[in-house]
Write a protein of this length. Structure first.
Length: 202
DNA sequence: TGTGTGATAGTCT
DNA sequence: GACTATCACACAT
């Protein structure tokens, strides 16, 4: 099963061009795609069911709203790179950089549905109910073993230990809502989620 | 708990 | 005066 996933056409990394758009467009299109994580020869896969889009200037909730800093510089860089940062000094959060170089943008991956490698996820993040495994941005990074070392990983090449792949063409209902856990810019509908999924964060 | 910001102190010229 | 270093604090996709 694991190796088939890698070989399958649908599980090659999404190309740079996919990410070279505005973050809200990329965000909508990421619902239903697969996050593929390879570590120590094992493979862990989760289907994206919730994301949030972040712009640069003009988006008060974005790390990049006040221009470039050492931490957020990657948001201005090439599309398709992973932007992983530490939140509350505790959780690592996974974003993918969008847009053309020089223009800040990113999509935060907020929730996944476990697809493959579930035993590894449970080992990384022991939980009582499996719905708690990946139903939040900090949970999913823990379950997939993603940390600061994955910052700036190129997610557009198959050699990477972390990338996003096409996924299946299931029908899904994508809904938009305000983003979660922000104190500014709540009026914008930049959170997107698969309405039917139990793994969408509360 | 790390980061960014603003305040303050220190240094150069 | 202008620039840089250090510090303390507020707050965090």
């Amino acid at each position: 099963m694991s190796l088939n996933i890698l070989n399958h056409q649908h599980h090659r990394p999404l190309p740079v061009g996919f990410y070279e758009r505005d973050p809200d467009q990329v965000a909508v299109d990421l619902i239903g795609r697969m996050v593929v994580r390879r570590a120590l020869g094992a493979i862990v896969v989760g289907r994206i069911v919730e994301v949030e889009a972040y712009f640069g200037e003009g988006d008060p909730a974005s790390h990049a709203c006040r221009g470039m800093t050492p931490r957020n510089a990657i948001m201005f860089g090439r599309a398709g790179m992973a932007y992983v940062y530490l939140n509350y000094g505790v959780h690592c959060l996974l974003n993918v950089v969008t847009g053309l170089e020089g223009r800040a943008g990113a999509v935060l991956i907020r929730a996944l549905e476990p697809v493959s490698g579930i035993e590894i996820m449970k080992k990384n993040r022991p939980v009582k109910k499996s719905v708690d495994l990946t139903s939040g941005p900090g949970k999913l990074t823990k379950a997939l073993g993603i940390d600061l070392a994955d910052n700036e990983v190129d997610m557009t090449v198959p050699e990477s230990r972390l990338y996003i792949a096409n996924g299946t063409l299931e029908t899904r209902t994508v809904k938009a809502s305000p983003r979660i856990g922000i104190s500014k810019g709540e009026d914008m509908l930049l959170r997107f989620y698969d309405e039917g999924s139990l793994f969408v964060s509360k």
